[in-house]
Design a protein around this ligand. Structure first.
Ligand code: HPA
Length: 293
C-alpha cells in the first residue's frame, strides 16, 4: 500500500476500532512524566503501538508506546501514552500520522501536554502553561507533500489552533481547583532538539515572543488544525530554559522534576475532561462550558 495516504491511515484506524467498545471523541497525548493520566482511566483497553499496522514506534525516554482507551468520569477517552518527535528520526510528515488516525477514529477534541523550559522570566518550575499560540520557524510543515483532500484543504487557517473556548474552560477549571498560583498562559516555541537550546537562542526566542520552549506538540497541533480537531495544549514547566539560571540542563532532571508536578497536572487534565461537553466540545453557548452529566 502506498504510504501516507488515507487508506494507509485507515488501516491503522480499522485495527484500533475493531478492538474498542466505544468510540471516544476526546484524545489526550501525554508528554514526558505525564503517564499518571493513563492511571486514572477506568475500563481500560490497551493497544500497543507495536501491534498497529503502519504505526510509528516510541523511542523517547519516559514515553510508553501504547494507546489506552477507557473512561475518565463519564467521558470515553483515547490516551496516547507515548508520543513521537522529530528528534527520534521521524520526518515532519510522518509525525502527522497519529493525529490523522485519531481523526479517522472520530476524535473531535485533542488535549496535548508536554514538558517545557521557561523562557518567560516570570514563570517558575512547577507552573502549568496553557498554550495560547505557538511559534515554529524551523523545519517544514507536517502537511508538506500531497494533500489528502478528504482530511482538510491544501492551505489552512492557523488563527485559532488552540481553541479559545477550550482555553476559557481550562482557566475556569484552574480557578475552581485553586491552581491560579501555578497557571500561566503563553506562547510555546518549538525547537526540534534533541539538544537543549543555547542561552543565546533562548534570548532570541524571548525577543520573538516565546514564553516556553519544547521539542514536541506543534506537528500534532498543525495536523489537528488541518483536519478540524480542536486543541487544548498544556506545558508543564520542568526547568528554566538554558542560561536563565547557572544550572546546566539534563533530560533526566526534566523527567524527575516533571514527575513532581505530574500529579497536579493529571488531576487538572482529568477535571477538564470531565467538564467537556458530551461530544468532546467544550462549548455550545458563548464560552460557557457544558456540564457533562
Ligand atoms: N528546552 C526544550 N525542551 C524542553 C525543555 C527545554 O528547556 N524542558 C523540557 N523540554
Amino acid at each position: 500500500m502506498e504510504k501516507y495516504t488515507l487508506e494507509y491511515y485507515q488501516e491503522s484506524a480499522d485495527y484500533i476500532s475493531e478492538r474498542i467498545t466505544e468510540r471516544p471523541k476526546i484524545a489526550i497525548i501525554l508528554g514526558s512524566a505525564l503517564g499518571g493520566v493513563a492511571d486514572r482511566v477506568e475500563y481500560k483497553i490497551t493497544i500497543s503501538y507495536k501491534d498497529i499496522p503502519n504505526m510509528l514506534q516510541s523511542t523517547a525516554p519516559a514515553h510508553k508506546g501504547e494507546y489506552v482507551f477507557g473512561k475518565i468520569g463519564q467521558q470515553p477517552v483515547m490516551i496516547a501514552s507515548g508520543r513521537f518527535h522529530h528528534y527520534e528520526g521521524y520526518s515532519y510528515e510522518q509525525l502527522a500520522g497519529p493525529i490523522r488516525i485519531m481523526k479517522l477514529l472520530g476524535i473531535e477534541t485533542l488535549i496535548v501536554t508536554n514538558a517545557a523550559g521557561a523562557v518567560n522570566l516570570d514563570y517558575k518550575v512547577g507552573d502549568i502553561m496553557l498554550i495560547e499560540d505557538h511559534i515554529k520557524l524551523n523545519g517544514h510543515s507536517p502537511m508538506r507533500g500531497p494533500n489528502i483532500d478528504e482530511l482538510g484543504p491544501r492551505f489552512f487557517d492557523c488563527t485559532h489552533i488552540y481553541k479559545p473556548e477550550l482555553l476559557a474552560l481550562a482557566r475556569s477549571r484552574a480557578n475552581a481547583l485553586n491552581l491560579n498560583d501555578i497557571l500561566q498562559q503563553g506562547v510555546y516555541y518549538f525547537c526540534p532538539g534533541p539538544n537543549f537550546e543555547t542561552p543565546a537562542e533562548i534570548r532570541a526566542i524571548r525577543i520573538l515572543g516565546g514564553d516556553a520552549v519544547g521539542m514536541s506538540t506543534v506537528t500534532e497541533t498543525l495536523t489537528a488544525a488541518h483536519c478540524g480537531i480542536d486543541v487544548l495544549g498544556l506545558s508543564m514547566i520542568t526547568n528554566m530554559a538554558a542560561g536563565v539560571t547557572s544550572d546546566l540542563l539534563s533530560g533526566q532532571d526534566v523527567i524527575d522534576t516533571g514527575k513532581k508536578t505530574a500529579g497536579i497536572a493529571a488531576d487538572f487534565i482529568c477535571d477538564i475532561v470531565k467538564h467537556l461537553g458530551g461530544g468532546g466540545k467544550a462549548y455550545s453557548e458563548g464560552h460557557a462550558p457544558q456540564e457533562f452529566s
